[in-house]
Design a protein around this ligand. Structure first.
Ligand SMILES: *[C@@H]1O[C@H](CO)[C@@H](O)[C@H](O)[C@H]1NC(C)=O
Ligand SMILES: *[C@@H]1O[C@H](CO)[C@@H](O)[C@H](O)[C@H]1NC(C)=O
Length: 433
């Protein structure tokens, strides 16, 4: 497409954008709204062109100027400060709109948020599920928060359905892909963590453990044999590069860095002082290329499945990356404080240290029974689930049912007609990035 033609077209358009808005739009809606506005849409097209060309650096001074003008104008449109929702339909399209504006202002004013998702509210309620679980525990002596979490999940329709879905996807052997289909497993995990309320997912993943059986169960939550472990440990920086080339992974990683950013100046250990937000950001990584999980069954240490061994000159950079998980007091404290049923308010009163702290449950002071009876109860829970898994697998693998639409496989064909008419050439260019 001819840049000069575009600019002539742009220059022919006079008047101020009508889309000034104080509120927050979702980037898809903002993009649609912009492309149906005669002042905004040419600017959006110019921006697409600028970004598609590998950024304004490659362009001549005149073109760069045009790009900057377009960006400046778009910053007063709903595209500025627009957001996306994790797991939303066409999430990738939404994120691509967000990042195209973000990328082009990187070297200028950084007026765009640090990550595309709506921020997590403070004072996130962790106590609700504990009380649900406590009710089901009346008269029983066993207290295993991880087990309670599984029970509570089975009672909730969405949680039960999506958990069954990912478990069956992650344990189903695949003719082509070996013991399991990792891509399918990861997709189901993302769906689970994006759609099920954190009350349930966090309780399953961050339940406190004081013995290895419990911690092993917790480690198994994401079916690591399929979703996490590989024969070889790839280099962490290679993983990070793959992640940053994908809009979804890149956005999750940005959210994690922002919301789990450690700080020595705050009592919580978190720059944002919001444990709930950090845990939400952590779960957002699961099912992506840098999926984190518990490293063993005796601590609460977490990290991705990768190594810095063969990093050569990039060893420091690689260790810095791993430090986001291994030496991150914000993340550590968030996980521990969750287990302790505390939130930021009480967590600020104490310093958190040990990973292997004995943790009591506020709803009940009884201690755990032997491992044996714990396992038994666990099997009782899992057993009724097996027929469902088989049905689910039949449904998932059968030919009769078309696969459910994937919010991550955003295709240009799904875009609104107006969007396609206006943006198709530019979308195609952008997709080649
Ligand atoms: C804990 O992990 C170790 C080492 O991976 C393993 O040998 C052991 O069986 C695990 N414990 C439980 C209770 O699964
Ligand atoms: C857990 O809570 C208890 C009492 O509420 C407190 O004394 C303890 O320090 C807390 N531990 C952590 C790790 O937050």
């Amino acid at each position: 497409m001819d840049l000069i033609g575009l600019y002539l077209f742009q220059l022919a358009i006079l008047g101020v954008s009508r889309l000034v808005s104080g509120g927050r739009w979702d980037c898809l809606t903002a993009g649609d709204s912009c492309s149906s506005d005669e002042a905004c849409s040419p600017r959006l097209r110019t921006l697409r062109q600028c970004v598609a060309g590998g950024g304004s650096v490659k362009l001549g001074p005149g073109a760069r100027n045009h790009c900057e003008n377009a960006v400046t104008a778009l910053l007063s449109s709903p595209l500025h400060r627009c957001q996306c929702k994790r797991g939303m339909k066409r999430e990738k399209n939404c994120l691509s709109i967000y990042w195209s504006l973000k990328q082009s202002v990187l070297h200028g004013l950084s007026l765009v948020e640090n990550y595309p998702y709506e921020p997590v509210e403070r004072g996130f309620d962790y106590v609700r599920l504990a009380s649900i679980a406590a009710e089901s525990e009346v008269g029983m002596t066993t207290v295993n928060r991880c087990l309670d979490a599984a029970k509570a999940c089975n009672v909730d329709e969405t949680c039960q359905k999506l958990r069954t879905e990912y478990v069956s996807a992650c344990i189903a052997p695949s003719a082509r892909a070996g013991p399991c289909n990792r891509a399918r497993c990861s997709k189901a995990l993302r769906k689970f963590f994006d759609r099920v309320p954190p009350d349930y997912t966090h309780e399953l993943l961050f339940c406190p453990c004081s013995d290895t059986a419990c911690a092993e169960r917790r480690r198994q939550t994401i079916v690591p044999a399929c979703s996490y472990e590989e024969r070889e440990k790839p280099n962490c920086l290679a993983q990070l590069r793959v992640c940053e080339a994908d809009y979804v992974c890149k956005s999750r990683w940005a959210q994690f860095q922002h919301d789990c950013q450690p700080s020595e100046l705050t009592a919580s250990g978190c720059q944002q002082e919001n444990y709930g937000a950090c845990l939400v950001a952590y779960t957002g990584l699961i099912g992506g290329i840098i999926t984190p999980n518990y490293l063993d069954n005796s601590t609460s240490s977490v990290g991705p499945w990768c190594s810095c061994v063969a990093s050569g000159n990039f060893r420091d950079q690689c260790n810095h990356f791993l430090g986001h998980f291994h030496d991150n007091n914000c993340l550590k404290n968030a996980i521990l404080a969750f287990g302790n049923d505390t939130d930021l308010k009480s967590a600020t009163n104490q310093a958190l240290g040990s990973n292997t702290k004995q943790i009591s449950v506020t709803s009940s002071e009884t201690t755990t029974t032997t491992i044996g009876s714990g396992m038994e109860t666990e099997q009782n829970i899992l057993r009724p689930q097996i027929p469902t898994q088989m049905n689910e697998r039949d449904r998932l693998w059968g030919d009769s049912t078309p696969p459910s639409p994937d919010p991550y496989d955003a295709s240009p064909g799904a875009a609104h007609l107006t969007m396609v008419m206006w943006l198709l050439p530019f979308l195609l260019l952008a997709l080649q990035l």
